[in-house]
Design a protein around this ligand. Sequence first.
Ligand code: NAD
Length: 455
Amino acid sequence: MSTTLINPATEEAITTVPQADLEQTDAAIAAAAAAQEKWAALAPADRGRLLRRFAEVVDGHIDDLARLEVANAGHTIGNATWEAGNVRDVLMYYSAAPERLFGRQIPVAGGLDVTFKEPLGVVGVIVPWNFPMPIAGWGFAPALAAGNAVVLKPAEVTPLTAIRLGELALEAGLPEHVFTVIPGKGSVVGERFVTHPGVGKVCFTGSTAVGQGIMRGAADQIKRITLELGGKSANIVFADADIEAAAAAAPMAVFDNAGQDCCARSRILVEASAYDRFMSAFEEAVKGVVVADPSESATQMGPLVTKGQRDSVRSFVEDADEEVDVAFRGSAPDGAGWWYPPTVVMPRSTRDRVWHEEVFGPVVAVLPFADEAEAIAMANDTIYGLSGSIYTRDVGRAIRVSRGVQAGNLSVNSHSSVRYSTPFGGFKASGLGRELGPDAPDSFTEVKNVFIATD
Ligand code: NAD
């Protein structure tokens, strides 16, 4: 079995990639288990050195990796270059972890009590198509640093950069089978990570529905899991904010990566007294978004990843059973490619599908609110809780609202969500566990307590 990959901006076939079957997956897991023992037995400094070498090799291939992502996923060249650089940075950050995987010494009577952070063995990382490189790195870098071997399944439609990273790991000198990329179907390779007793943990990023299935499957073996799932994040703009700055920043907070971002601020809540001013500045900003060939450096937004994804996005606006009022739109190229213009809609109520379901495309819904309490209540009226933004000049309000919104990653007067040195993850149906930040390697270990009698 193999999959033909299509360039989303041109609809031209790029290449064909074989899909692993169950037997090949099992063989890769067995080889990873054997390699892991030697990897964990390496001196911590040597493991760190190899991860730094891996980072350096990635650094030497940033342009190739970025070009591959532009062709395979339709990411803009600017974004794809950042994404490849993120893999390098995450590897470099966690290359310090092997020598800092500290246990504790706990005072007890009659002896010495110490804890060790033991690797889990083989970790399965399952990656979605929206950020093929960064999401892979957030899983494999800390897992490897903690002494695990990693088997990684990229999404069916975007495997090329992950396959290349697997090759670069070998080029950097990582022992064979310590990091193995296995392209294949979710229902075959991904599910096998969940059912195989030799996989100690599954680190999954993707849709909430598939994540629920993984959680159910993991229960059979009490398998460790991390889940990074969907989002419907709110961008809350108070009237006391710098409205022009908030409106200028709002388009790329949702249209970046063509809205295919779990952290997309796809609901904008504007304090009623500033609504008209915000909308007029926002319209100008949305119309200015450059949607074009993703390989051009000036492009801000490319196409959607597949025709299926474009159809799904369109169904929220054009074929909806309920009427949706489009406030205004940006532009998109005609012709080949799965384009969809940046689109701003005004839901009739908070029950509208476009207000509460994840669109995962360049569509944002805007509603006014009356006061701080209503803004928090509206932001929290969702099953999700991944990220969000708060625009205000009032420091007290910024802190109150940040504490009030049930989400894992909030930013004030900014739309940033992910920094590799800070924890990332969701509340509620947006996930379970945290990635990145100083503690990520811990989540790929088991704590072992050892008591040594001295008497
Ligand atoms: P998806 O759930 O369809 O697929 C994700 C991955 O899981 C793919 O590799 C797929 O092959 C695999 N998979 C599918 N079925 C499986 C099964 N039964 N068992 C094991 N693996 C299986 O998601 P997608 O459409 O690729 O990605 C979009 C979703 O990902 C959105 O909902 C988005 O919000 C979410 N996402 C979340 C984060 C986060 O950090 N919270 C980041 C990026 C994307």
